[in-house]
Design a protein around this ligand. Sequence first.
Ligand code: ZN
Length: 281
Amino acid sequence: MIYLMLYFLVGGLSSCAFFGYWWLYKDRVENPASLKLMLIRATAYIFVWPVLYWKWLKSQDKTRFITHPDFVLPELSPANAEAVKLNAQKAALKAQKVQQEWEAFVDALPQCGSHIMYKGTDIYGERLNGRFIFETADLLPVLFDAMHPEPFDIDEGRDIDETDVQALNVRNELNEWINTNRKAVKQEHYIHRWLRTYDPALYVCNVVPNSFDRFEYIASEMIEAGKGQAHCKSCNTVYDASDIKAVDGGQGSWIFGELYCPKEHLLARRKKIHFMGAIQN
Ligand SMILES: [Zn+2]
C-alpha cells in the first residue's frame, strides 16, 4: 500500500512540475498546447508518470511536451539515421548496376572503324533528314573534353566580400558540388569507351546506337568546330561542316540548338537551355 501511495505521490509531483513548465514557457513556444489539453495530459501523467520521464529522456525537443501535437516535427531517430545510410548504400549499388549494364552494352557493340555516322534527331528523338559523318579520330578529343570539363567557378569575375566567411563557405560548397557532379560517370564515358576500340585501318562507318542519345551534343560540337560532313537527304547532297548553319531557336522556356543545310532543311535539333520559370533581374 505504501508503494502505491509513493507511486501516486511521485506522479502527482511530476504532473505539477510538468504543468508548471507549460505555465512558465507557454508564451515562448510557437504553438502552445491549450489549458484543456494540458490538464488532460497532466492527469494522465499522474498515473503513467514513468512514461513521461521515458519520453523526456528520449526526446531532443523538450518543447513537444507543452506544444500542440500537430505542430511537432518528427525527430530523426537513430533508426531513421540507419535507414538513410541504407538508402545511400542501395543508391550506390543501383548506380554500380547501371554502370555494369552500360559497360556490357558497349562491349557487345561491333568494333569502331575509321568513321562514325550519326543520324540527326529532333528534340524528342524523332528522326530528321541529316546524316552526319565524322572521323573517329576527330571525335576522341571532343569526348575526352566532355568527360573532363574545366573546373567551374560560380562566382568567377564577380565581386564578393572576401571577409564574409559564410558566403565564401557557401560558394565553395556549391562549386565543389557542381564540379563533383560534372565529373560523375555519364553517357560520354560509355561513348568514349566504345570509340576507343577503333582501328584506323578498319575502313568502316559505324552508326551511333540510339541509346547514345547524348551524341547529339557531340555531333553539334563537331559541326560547329568545322569537323565532319553532313548528308542532307532532302537535297541528297553531302555538305562540309563549314556549310552547315548552326542557329539558336526558341520555344516556350527552351532554347534549341538547330543545324540546317544551306537549303534550310532541318538536320538536327537539340535542347540547349531551359529557363525555369520567369527570369527576374
Ligand atoms: Zn537540304
